[in-house]
Write a new protein. Structure first.
Length: 162
């Protein structure tokens, strides 16, 4: 196996969340489950470290999504879940900065909230998915879904301290 094909294989496995998105049913949900260890570990990091890792995760997504799409036959194939990993991280790590929830509470709220917004795709999640082309669009809708969870959590914490 040459270095080109090894790189392509690595890009593919990153795109499918190291296999967590390779399910016949609900690949986005199972892909998000695959991100739980990283997101849980990240709750113990400083906000700066979370930000750096989130940027690295987004760059890895932008680098890997085209290869995943090429191999799977669709730019935004359901098995491509590295974008779910980034959106879930935005929700959980963002909520950790604005609430006093326990780590388990943060994970549950972030996971459920992220999946609801990622599946329902309210505006501007739906807009980001349709209007932004290529890997940026694949990633953008999940980042916006994560930001929705963060915004609602922040507003809720202002009204009812969490």
């Amino acid at each position: 196996m040459g270095s080109q094909s090894m790189t392509e294989t690595l890009r593919y496995w990153i795109a499918v969340g190291f296999g967590s998105g390779l399910t016949r049913k609900a690949p986005g949900t199972f892909g998000t489950v695959g991100a739980i260890p990283l997101v849980w570990w990240g709750l113990s990091w400083t906000p700066t470290t979370q930000g750096v890792v989130l940027i690295a995760l987004c760059l890895a997504a932008l680098w890997s999504i085209p290869e995943g799409g090429r191999r799977l036959g669709a730019t935004d194939h359901g098995c491509i879940v590295i974008d779910e990993w980034a959106g879930f991280a935005v929700a959980a790590w963002g909520l950790s900065a604005v609430t006093m929830l326990s780590p388990l509470g943060l994970l549950v709220l972030s996971f459920v909230g992220f999946r609801v917004f990622d599946i329902a795709k309210p505006w501007p999640v739906s807009w980001a998915e349709r209007a932004i082309p290529g890997a940026f669009g694949v990633l953008a809708d999940d980042l916006v879904a994560g930001l929705y969870v963060l915004l609602i959590g922040w507003l809720s914490a202002m009204i009812w301290p969490l």
